[in-house]
Design a protein around this ligand. Structure first.
Ligand SMILES: Cc1cc2nc3c(=O)[nH]c(=O)nc-3n(C[C@H](O)[C@H](O)[C@H](O)COP(=O)(O)OP(=O)(O)OC[C@H]3O[C@@H](n4cnc5c(N)ncnc54)[C@H](O)[C@@H]3O)c2cc1C
Length: 451
């Protein structure tokens, strides 16, 4: 084994941290440690969906077979349903006003690499979250994970060789690069922006520390498929049931055995405020859920009546950050671009940080080429490519929610609204991730050659 050229500490073992750890572990000269605050890697019991763009990255990480086994079905490159959009906030049968179809241009390559367990089309690729995280955990080399290690602070002093890490259990550590993958309430982000504000005297930077409420409350639940009529439309196709200031998303996961439901109820005027209660997945009475969607079409009634113990979530997002990086500290995933879930994009964006083609990833590829001295340039190049794109998806995800709930400038003009909603997902195909990777490498080389 070659001696490691530098050591990367990953703070947080969610989707972003584990994906980065798996990607970097492929380079024997980079030492990786994942510090997770809790006593194990864990995900909530709910669904998660990705698009073909993300699938391609998983494939290239060598995780195609593992994710194929747990997907509702792996993509085969043909045109598939992203979501059917319906008008549903009336007691009688609603109507589908638009169907978003997806055929990703990367699909052909995806298809050729995938074992064909079930042949379904592209579109919304769906998973049970616990399985999704476990697929990364299974790919993690032994000795990388450290539990019960909540990072409280770091110190990167000018001229010092190492970053010092301090954990809440009283232990300390060192690293050459700190990756803050510690989620929407990231303590790494808090310190990074606090220090930047102190250094620059620009107190407006402090507003980026705390996430803000989007004005939306979500309820979530899982339904065993046998509890629904076999003809229920969501069993076949992912569906968005839309109404004024509310919508309900549902799709089947776990090879069709389970239907995942997330409902949203919004006060758009409250976006940017603080939500008073602590609702990060607390259980609530079923009646609260049923009352919220009383009088909606029968499809929705059938779904919600089967969710006996819904959980309730206040949906928060970040104000688009002006930077993701400071020196040898970088933010990834929800720590730097936590977004409303309306385009099914947060986890995919966290994974995209690690985009690769053949043997290289945007961040991992840069680090493969970096030396101890050029780490800051690699992180700057990562930020140069990833920040505008991630912030674009963040903003678009919020705007999509307004459209689904007839609160955008298109109101209830179905003829225009449908195509505009579909266009919101243009980022799934453009910009070409391979070009993005090359752009990042080029930028890194320019920075390094100037130093
Ligand atoms: C209702 C809802 C539906 C969604 N649906 C989708 C979807 O369909 N598709 C999609 O792509 N995205 C979806 N998302 C978004 C997606 O879940 C997130 O973007 C993704 O899980 C973020 O992963 P992460 O690793 O960045 O953060 P997290 O999953 O929050 O992981 C952070 C980890 O860091 C640990 N940690 C925290 N602080 C510290 C510390 N100080 N020290 C050490 N460890 C620490 C935590 O314990 C945790 O393990 C949805 C989100 C919501 C709310």
């Amino acid at each position: 084994m070659p001696a490691p050229k530098f050591r990367v500490a990953i703070c947080g073992g969610g989707i972003s941290g584990l994906c980065l750890a798996v990607a970097l572990s492929r380079y024997p000269n980079i030492q990786v440690d994942v510090y997770e605050a809790t006593d194990r890697f864990k995900e909530i019991g709910a669904g998660v969906m990705i698009w073909a763009r993300t699938w391609k990255i998983l494939e290239q990480l060598g995780l195609g077979p593992a994710f194929s086994r747990i997907a509702h079905a792996p993509p085969d490159g043909s045109i598939g349903t992203g979501f059917d959009f319906r008008r549903s906030d009336q007691p009688q049968e609603g109507f589908t006003y638009h169907s978003v179809k997806m055929s990703c241009k990367y699909a052909q390559e995806v298809f050729t690499h995938s074992p064909r367990i079930i042949s379904i089309s592209d579109g919304c690729i769906r998973f049970y979250r616990v399985d999704f995280l476990d697929a990364f955990v299974d790919a993690l080399p032994s000795g990388v994970a450290h539990f019960g290690m909540r990072l409280v602070s770091y110190s990167q002093k000018a001229g010092a060789n190492k970053i010092l890490l301090e954990f809440s259990n009283g232990t300390t550590g060192t690293c050459d690069l700190l990756a803050g993958c510690d989620g929407i309430k990231s303590s790494t982000r808090a310190q990074l922006f606090k220090e930047a504000a102190e250094r620059s005297g620009d107190v407006t930077l402090l507003k980026f520390i705390d996430p803000v409420w989007t004005g939306t409350i979500a309820y979530r639940g899982l339904i065993p498929v046998e509890r629904l009529p076999p003809s229920h439309r969501t069993i076949a196709d992912p569906t968005m049931y839309c109404g004024k200031s509310k919508h309900v998303v549902s799709y089947s996961i776990s090879r069709g055995d389970v239907v995942n439901v997330v409902t949203f109820a919004s006060e758009p005027e409250s976006e940017g405020s603080s939500y008073s209660e602590d609702t990060g997945g607390t259980h609530c009475p079923q009646k609260e859920l049923l009352d919220c969607y009383a009088g909606w079409e029968p499809d929705v009634e059938q779904l919600l009546s089967q969710i006996e113990k819904p959980t309730k979530w206040a949906i928060h997002h970040l104000r688009p950050l002006p930077f993701f990086v400071d020196g040898k500290v970088a933010l990834l995933g929800d720590a730097c671009h936590a977004m409303a879930p309306h385009e099914g994009a947060g986890a995919g964006q966290a994974i995209e940080t690690n985009h690769e083609r053949k043997d290289a990833f945007i961040l991992a590829a840069l680090l493969e080429h970096a030396t101890h001295e050029t780490i800051p340039f690699a992180l700057e190049a990562y930020q140069h490519v990833r920040l505008p794109f991630a912030n674009h998806v963040l903003k678009g995800s919020y705007d999509s929610g307004l459209m689904y709930e007839f609160n955008s400038e298109y109101g209830e003009d179905y003829k225009n609204l449908g195509p505009v909603i579909e266009k919101q997902w243009d980022w799934v195909e453009e910009p070409d991730p391979e070009k993005e990777r090359l752009r990042a490498l080029q930028y890194f080389k320019e920075l390094a050659s100037r130093s």
